[in-house]
Ligand binder design. Structure first.
Ligand SMILES: [Fe+2]
Ligand SMILES: [Fe+2]
Length: 302
């Protein structure tokens, strides 16, 4: 049953309709401007400018790796914006009053626009299976099954808050002028999405079930954050001869994996604190989920 549902969902994400595509082309004509010739991000944006295994690569391999990492970023944003449309739609249907319905209806329109802005940079021609990426799978499952109040916290407070930070760094460091403008335009909407989540969430108003849903989901989420930038390391490894454990720990050290992961976790904690989710923070802290893994544990996550 679950397998069938997954197949149907995957189908929705990949199936095309030419008549609708023509309508969308006109509807989003102003979102189509892009310059694909300029590179997207340089090595420093991934912390690779300090990693000797990267610096030793031949020039063409460096370019190839940076292109692949940029496509991974774009692909993640593409799927996140697609999930944003599903999130806005679910919340629009579940609204209790007309103000709420208008708010979430407008968010859904924003997310559709974001999706169209990002889509043109997404060059993966083979439809990807999001189940290959544990974060994207987590996001799409959470939107489907979580109760409404749990979603306000997990999506608007935490993930959109984190997304704001991530997109603003991506925009700041972006070398492609059109993509930079598109990311800045997305950011303007995301400030409102996140800000309204902080206003609407009230930890004391959660039922036991809604609370349990949050803590249960956040355990999986924080476990994914704690492992650090192993995606970047895995991609680097495809360009070199096979890494052993020493090479991995060394590369993670030069990537500042512990420091950057610690910073991410602190940002997430600040976002939860801002929304007054104090008891949720305490529970996560007691489980040791707000600390990065040490480098040898990260290296063992391959
Ligand atoms: Fe968005
Ligand atoms: Fe959003």
């Amino acid at each position: 049953m679950k397998h069938e549902m997954k197949l149907q969902l995957k189908d929705i994400h990949t199936r095309k309709n030419t008549k609708i595509a023509t309508i969308l082309k006109k509807r989003f004509a102003s979102s189509q401007l892009s310059n694909q010739d300029e590179p997207f991000w340089d090595a420093s944006s991934y912390g690779l400018d300090k990693v000797e295994y990267f610096l030793e690569l031949e020039e063409n391999k460096k370019v190839q790796l940076l292109n692949e990492l940029a496509q991974n970023r774009i692909s993640e944003a593409f799927h996140i914006e697609k999930s944003g449309i599903a999130y806005g739609s679910k919340m629009t249907i579940l609204s209790d009053n007309i103000d709420e319905r208008v708010l979430y209806g407008s968010f859904t329109g924003d997310e559709a626009r974001h999706f169209k802005l990002i889509e043109k940079y997404h060059h993966n021609t083979i439809a990807e299976d999001i189940t290959d990426n544990s974060f994207l799978e987590f996001l799409s499952n959470t939107i489907e099954v979580a109760p409404k109040k749990s979603l306000v916290f997990m999506i608007q407070v935490l993930l959109e808050g984190w997304g704001l930070d991530h997109y603003s760094t991506m925009a700041k460091e972006c070398k492609n002028s059109n993509l930079k403008t598109d990311l800045q335009s997305i950011l303007e909407d995301e400030v409102v999405h996140h800000g309204s989540g902080v206003i609407l969430f009230d930890e004391n108003n959660l039922t036991k079930k809604e609370r349990e849903f949050i803590t249960h989901s956040l355990i999986s989420f924080f476990q994914m954050v704690q492992v650090g930038p192993i995606g970047i390391l895995a991609q680097l490894e495809t360009m070199t001869s096979k890494f052993n454990n020493y090479n991995r720990v060394h590369a993670l050290e030069q990537l500042n994996a512990f420091g950057s992961t610690d910073e991410k976790l602190l940002k997430l904690k600040r976002l939860m604190r801002k929304a007054g989710a104090n008891s949720i923070i305490e529970e996560l802290e007691a489980k040791g989920l707000l600390r990065p893994l040490d480098l040898s544990q990260m290296a063992a996550c391959f």
